[in-house]
Design a protein around this ligand. Structure first.
Ligand code: ISC
Length: 387
């Protein structure tokens, strides 16, 4: 454990040297949200994932076939610090930087609404049931990359918060509420997260039919894909859908977990079965992906890809006996995979932050409400770009 000033200086030094690194904090109060970890690669080499038997921190684009990056622990220094979430930072201010100019915003609105309308027409023709459509927005920012990362850590304690830097990808940051996959031995967990409304003081809210359906499509598709993969072996459980908060937003969420018989378990197959879920792509998967690539009109790059620890050896210290006066601790070492969907993310370029926002379109969608939803989602990122 090093102090946080030293930790952030080390990240800055990596950027100066042009060496890849990732710094991140996992979500959840019971999983020590105050620990921020980093893997600092000791050279500028590019490592790519071949078959997911590798170990390290993986960073995959939406189109996995373009190749996922990995930072391997054996070429990296691992550091850790404590950095606290600040209660008084948790309200997400509606920050609206004066950029892009109004004219461009109007144009962006028209373009997004036209795109949604095109999806609605395709849904009506029966070619798609759901498609997730997104856009990117460029915003000027006053803070340096480390300052933006600190803001994310302070504001979003229930998200997976990260800063990734690689000379081949540039700097990406995010605070994502969505787990793609967690695996320990032959147990796994995932979630179906979809449906959005603005948070207004309470998580005890009603959901419309459109949001319920949009989320149910994600749950059903995940369960179906997992069952096919598992061919009846082991068990898969799903919770009831419930409301989950992510900054200034609320989503509908179903937790899914299961076990595989160890001999039928292959991490790569599991990832292929899940990514991209209809929470970021659509249903049926292939036509939805084609629609996105053909019509969105920009390259998603790493937005709606996934990232996180892959087969990473993790030490957990536990007290062997709480009443033991000597407070003896034992260390258990396990291989962990914790992957998250890259949502609510920013790609930083000199002076400009590119934000990525999208939403699920089904037969019940309304183009202007879909635009509003992307605007609401953009506040998650805009709020960390200012002092
Ligand atoms: C695609 C995004 O969110 C997904 C995750 C949660 C809720 C969503 C929705 O309500 O449409 C999206 O499926 C995004 O934030 O850019």
């Amino acid at each position: 454990m090093i102090n946080s000033d030293e930790f952030f200086v080390k990240l800055e030094e990596q950027i100066e040297k042009g060496f890849p690194f990732v710094a991140y904090r996992k979500p959840g109060i019971d999983e020590n949200p105050e620990y921020v970890k980093a893997l600092l690669q000791q050279d500028a080499a590019t490592h790519k994932v071949a078959d997911y038997s590798e170990s390290g921190f993986v960073f995959s684009p939406f189109e996995v076939e373009k190749g996922a990056f990995i930072i391997p622990p054996e070429s990296s220094e691992e550091i850790q610090t404590e950095y606290y979430f600040e209660e008084d930072h948790k309200d997400v201010k509606k920050v609206d930087p004066p950029f892009p100019p109004n004219q461009l915003r109007k144009q962006a609105r028209v373009e997004h609404e036209d795109l949604v309308q095109k999806a609605l027409d395709t849904i009506k023709e029966g070619k798609l049931r759901k498609v997730v459509l997104s856009r990117t927005e460029s915003v000027q920012h006053q803070l340096k990359v480390i300052g933006i990362f600190k803001n994310m850590l302070k504001k979003y304690n229930t998200a997976f918060v990260y800063l990734w830097f690689h000379p081949a990808t540039g700097a990406w940051l995010g605070a994502t509420p969505e787990t793609l996959l967690q695996v320990e031995r032959n147990k796994f967990r995932t979630m179906a997260l979809a449906g959005t409304q603005a948070f207004q003081e309470s998580t005890d809210v009603e959901w419309g039919e459109k949001e319920k359906e949009e989320q149910q499509i994600v749950t059903d598709a995940i369960l179906e894909n997992l069952q096919e993969l598992n061919s009846g072996a082991g068990s898969i459980k799903a919770s009831k859908p419930y409301t989950s908060r992510a900054g200034n937003l609320l989503h509908l969420r179903t937790d899914i977990s299961g076990t595989f018989h160890s001999n039928s378990f292959n991490l790569h197959d599991l990832i292929k079965a899940l990514h991209p879920t209809p929470a970021v792509c659509g249903l049926p998967k292939e036509p939805a992906k084609k629609f996105i690539l053909k019509n969105e009109g920009y390259d998603r790059e790493f937005y709606t890809g996934f990232l996180g620890e892959l087969n990473l050896k993790t030490e957990t210290k536990r007290n062997s006996n709480r009443r033991n006066q000597e407070n003896q601790a034992y260390v258990s070492i396990s291989k962990q995979t914790s992957l998250y969907v890259n949502l609510r993310c920013i790609k930083l370029e000199a002076g400009v932050a590119n934000l990525f926002v999208g939403g699920g379109i089904t037969a019940g969608s309304n183009p202007s409400l879909e635009w509003e939803e992307t605007v609401n989602k953009s506040h998650t990122m805009k709020a960390v770009l200012v002092k």
